[in-house]
Design a protein around this ligand. Structure first.
Ligand SMILES: NC(=O)c1ccc[n+]([C@@H]2O[C@H](COP(=O)([O-])OP(=O)(O)OC[C@H]3O[C@@H](n4cnc5c(N)ncnc54)[C@H](O)[C@@H]3O)[C@@H](O)[C@H]2O)c1
Ligand SMILES: [Zn+2]
Length: 286
């Protein structure tokens, strides 16, 4: 395809997306790690991407899948908490990029009838002012903790905990976050790889709320636009959920992703970064 044809087809896709958004009564926003990239956060695209963010993991030959495993809380708690403590601090310090505010404004213009579905554990939508009760975090949240020894000790907020690190050795420094019920080591309430101990009730409750929201909209025959940003193909849960919601709402999925915008027939593919893509479909002139 010639560059001018590509530009034309992108422009057509943008216009289609804008039409769907303007005609919709409610908004479903779905997102993966790519949504945070324009706020300066790393995605974990392949080993190279991950190792760029964590050179120490490279030195120890650890992949994302290798380190994001609950066994490290037993084998090497200081390393486990270096990885998660670093991410906790990073996400706490991050300012959500302007695309979040644009989406927030869009939702406001639809009477705040919206839902967010994300595999991100970073809490950036809450930080950008979205309602906690309208967010579903399918893989949990780094801002919540659970006990490593007893699942009955539930889930609690991490707001009272802080983690300091020695970046040279990539080790967390004591004291580490502990379970208030029994004093055992705490871990983030995030679904990791080979993780049979993740406590899922917080995410289950969010998912139930999301389900009720969808059913109400369907019963009321409301028009919903589905906007997906930065969800990758490696763990494609969010992509599948976006596709299925678009089908349920009889709409075309709007997929913003600079490298992986491909999709099922009818997908509105926008090969743009998150901020640029959101700006193009919400704010550029008609
Ligand atoms: N911020 C976070 O909370 C965070 C960060 C990394 C990984 N994770 C976890 O790791 C897993 C990774 O899966 P994933 O699909 O979310 O991430 P991924 O790293 O596999 O994929 C990221 C996607 O974002 C796209 N992308 C890159 N730059 C972008 C930009 N500027 N704007 C928009 N999109 C961009 C990439 O093309 C890719 O498709 C998930 O399970 C998630 O829970 C979470
Ligand atoms: Zn405990």
């Amino acid at each position: 395809m010639k560059i001018s044809d590509m530009e034309n087809s992108l422009e057509i896709m943008i216009q289609e997306a804008k039409m769907i958004i303007s005609e919709s009564d409610a908004v479903l926003i779905t997102s993966g790690a790519g949504m945070g990239v324009d706020s300066g956060l790393p995605d974990f695209r392949g080993n190279e991407g991950f190792w760029q963010a964590y050179p120490v993991a490279k030195a120890r030959g650890l992949s994302f899948e290798g380190i994001a495993n609950p066994e490290w809380f037993d084998r090497d708690p200081l390393l486990a908490w270096a990885f998660y403590g670093h991410r906790l601090n990073l996400y706490r310090d991050t300012v959500p990029h302007e695309g979040f505010a644009m989406l927030r404004e869009l939702c406001r213009s639809k009477g705040d009838d919206y839902f967010i579905l994300t595999s991100n554990v970073d809490g950036q939508f809450q930080k950008a002012g979205f309602d906690q009760d309208k967010i579903c975090e399918i893989h949990g949240s780094i801002h919540h903790l659970q006990c490593t020894k007893d699942k009955d000790h539930g889930i609690w907020s991490a707001e009272d905990d802080s983690v300091t690190l020695d970046m040279e050795t990539f080790q967390a420094l004591a004291p580490l976050p502990l379970c208030p019920a029994c004093g055992a080591l705490a871990r983030p309430n995030i679904l990791m790889f080979s993780d049979w101990d993740w406590i899922g009730y917080r995410s289950d409750m969010q998912m139930k709320r999301f389900g009720r929201w969808k059913i109400n909209l369907m019963n009321e025959k409301k028009k919903v636009c589905v906007i997906e940003i930065g969800a990758g193909t490696a763990i494609a849960s969010i992509r599948r959920m976006s596709e299925s919601a678009a089908k349920q709402f009889h709409t075309s999925l709007i997929r913003i992703n600079p490298r992986e915008s491909q999709g099922l027939h009818g997908t509105i593919k926008l090969p743009l970064g998150g901020f640029e893509g959101i700006k193009a479909i919400i704010f550029s002139s008609n």
